[in-house]
Design a protein around this ligand. Structure first.
Ligand code: BTN
Length: 240
């Protein structure tokens, strides 16, 4: 694992993608003090003031992309392992890609895969943004986000990068073990959820399948697999 330490960047995911295109090895990591154009899922921006952890890692899993559908949940479980190792605190996860602590958002993960024409994964850039510095949270996110006091952000970043490197290498061979860890940490399961996207509906979150999809039971009793879109969890982030 190689860690590049940078000051202000637009997005560490962009820098890691450039390094990946130039041939950077599996596990190459980029940590920035702040980002001016941090990106989240679904085209959202990710506020990235100084003090937080903004980390991206180049991952080169050897298996075909079709076998790596569960990569993001596996990375979320591995990030929880890293946070626990460094701080003694184990966060929970909100499906699919949020780390949660005390019912508030601690971190978000954005995985951006680059696929070859035959569907093979050339590489994936996985980024994580975590509120972990002493700086107060921006007022716009104070209700739903939480800060984890961490003395040494680069120590935590190194731990996450190492855990991700190992997790991406074992994402297929040890998928079932990883998904068991994910299910145990997942606060979404057993809760009433609001699924929004191309269609919106309420349901009960029942399980996470082997592709990382959320299995929900709708109010009419039918089951549905949710792969993408927003899933709000009752009791979390203001969904009453
Ligand atoms: C989300 O909450 O939707 C995901 C947020 C991911 C943010 C991280 S910060 C490091 C990396 N660089 C980015 O531009 N985004 C990710």
């Amino acid at each position: 694992m190689t860690l590049h330490l940078l000051d202000t960047v637009v997005s560490t995911n962009d820098i890691a993608a450039r390094l990946a295109k130039e041939g950077a090895a599996h596990g190459t990591a980029v940590l920035a003090k702040c980002q001016t154009g941090g990106r989240g899922r679904m085209g959202r921006s990710f506020l990235s003031p100084e003090g937080g952890m903004y980390l991206s890692v180049v991952l080169r899993p050897a298996e075909p992309a079709a076998q790596l559908m569960a990569l993001t949940p596996i990375l979320a479980a591995a990030a929880c392992d890293a946070v626990e190792e460094v701080t003694g605190i184990r966060p929970e996860v909100k499906w699919t890609n949020d780390l949660v602590f005390q019912n508030k958002k601690l971190a978000g993960i954005l995985t951006e895969p680059a696929l070859a024409a035959d569907g093979h994964m050339l590489y994936a850039v996985a980024g994580i943004g975590m509120n972990c510095g002493a700086a107060p949270l921006d007022e716009s996110i104070r209700e739903m986000a939480i800060n984890l006091p961490v003395e040494d952000v680069s120590q935590l970043a190194r731990a996450v990068a190492l855990h991700w490197e190992q997790a991406a290498s074992t994402a297929v061979s040890e998928k079932h073990r990883w998904l068991e860890v994910y299910r145990r940490d997942c606060v979404t399961l057993g809760k009433r959820v609001l699924v929004t996207g191309s269609r919106s509906f309420y349901a009960l979150a029942v399980d996470v399948d082997d592709d990382g999809a959320l299995l929900v039971k709708k109010d009419d009793g039918s089951m549905e697999r949710v792969f993408s879109g927003e899933v709000s969890v009752r009791g979390l982030y203001g969904y009453i």
